[in-house]
Design a binder for this molecule. Sequence first.
Ligand code: ADP
Ligand code: MG
Length: 398
Amino acid sequence: MAKKTIENLDTAAILGRRALVRVDFNVPVKDGKVSDDTRIRAAVPTIEDLKDRGARIILLSHLGRPKGGGPEPKYSLKPVVPVLESLLGMPVAFIEDPAAPTAVEATRELPRGAVALVENTRFQAGEEKNDPATARMFAALGDFFVNDAFGSAHRAHASTEAVAHLLKPAVAGLLMEKELGYLGGLLTSPARPFVAILGGAKISGKIDVIQNLLPRVDRILIGGAMANTFFRAKGAATGTSLVEDDRIAMAKDLLARAGDKLVLPGGGVAAPSLERAQERRDVAWNAIPDGWALYDIDAATATRFAEIVAGAKTVVWNGPMGVFETPPFDQGTLAMARALAAATAKGATTVVGGGDSAAAIEQAKLADKVSHVSTGGGASLEFLEGKVLPGVAALDDA
Ligand code: ADP
Ligand code: MG
C-alpha cells in the first residue's frame, strides 16, 4: 500500500503549522564533532520543502545506544546543530528536554520556516518501548507528523510508530518516499532481467532475503563469506574460511530448490591470513589449501558476475564480495560497484542496500553512479525480507 507523502499535502495543510519530523541523524560523532554528515544531508530536501512552504519544523532523532534513563553527553545531538545550520544556512534552535513544559512553548514560538532540533529521543525511557505516554509527549511538539527516518522504520519506537497514530496527517518525507519507491519497486515491479547480488559475512543474516527474492529474481549471485557455507554444502573443504557450520544444511536445501537461479563463485582469492596478503592466489572453490581462507571472489568470478549484471534491467546489491576493508581483498567488491555503475549508465535500475555495501560503493566513489543507495542498513534488509516496517505501516495510506 502506497503511503501519503508531504507532496500529497497542500500548502494550506502546512503553512504556519508545526511539522514534527522524525529524521535519522544517527551520525558518528568524534570529539564532539560529526565525522560523517551523509545522513544529515539526506534529510535536507524534506526540511527545505517544509520550510519553503512556511511550516515550523521540529526535528526528532535518536543517536547511538544510550541506556534510556536520561541524558548521556556522548550521545547528545548537539553536535548536529552547527552542521545543520551550515547546510540550511540559518540558525537551528535546540530543545534540550522535550518533556519540560517550556519545550511545547518553544515550538509554539518558533517562527514560520524556522527549525528546532530536539535532543536524542533515546534519552527517554519510553522511546524504545513504543510507550504511549512518551509518544504523547513527542506529539505535543507538533501539529502533524512526517517520517523521513527510513533507517529507523524497522523499529516500533515512540518517535517512529506510536507518535504516527497520534498526530494526523502522518506522512512520509521525501527521503522515505524515495527509499520506499526504489526498494518497493524491486519487490513489486522490477524490469527484467532482475539480478540480485548477495554477499557479506553471514548467510544467517541474509537467508530471509534469499528466500524472499528467490521467486522474484532471474539470478542471485552469491559472494562474500556467505559463499563458503555453500561450498561446504557442496562437499568442499574451506580451510579457515569464515563458515557457518550450523547453516550448511540450510544451504544444501537452498541449492536444491534454487536450480540455476543461484550462481556461486567458481573460485576465490585465498591467503593464509589477512596479514599475509602477499602470498594470496586464486583457487577453485573446491581447492582451498588447508589452513588458508577465502577473502574475496576471484577475478574470473568478478568478470562472470559483471557480465550477468551487464545484461540486467534491475539490480539489487547487498553485502560485499570480500573483506573489502582490507585491500587487496577489495577487488571483487570494487568490480561489482563498477558493474552496477555501468549497468546504470545503460539504463538499468540499480539499488544498493546494507551498511557495508553502501560504504563500499562510497569507497569506490561510485555512489552517485547508481540509481539508489539506501540510507537504512537494517531497515533495507528487513524490507527486502518482505517484512512490514512498523514506522512505515503507521503512516497514512495514500
Ligand atoms: P552489509 O552491511 O552490506 O549488509 P554485511 O554486514 O552482511 O554487509 O557483511 C559485511 C562484512 O562481510 C564485511 O565486514 C566484510 O569484511 C565481510 N566479508 C565479506 N566477505 C568475507 C570473507 N570472504 N571472509 C570474511 N569476511 C567477509
Ligand atoms: Mg553490515
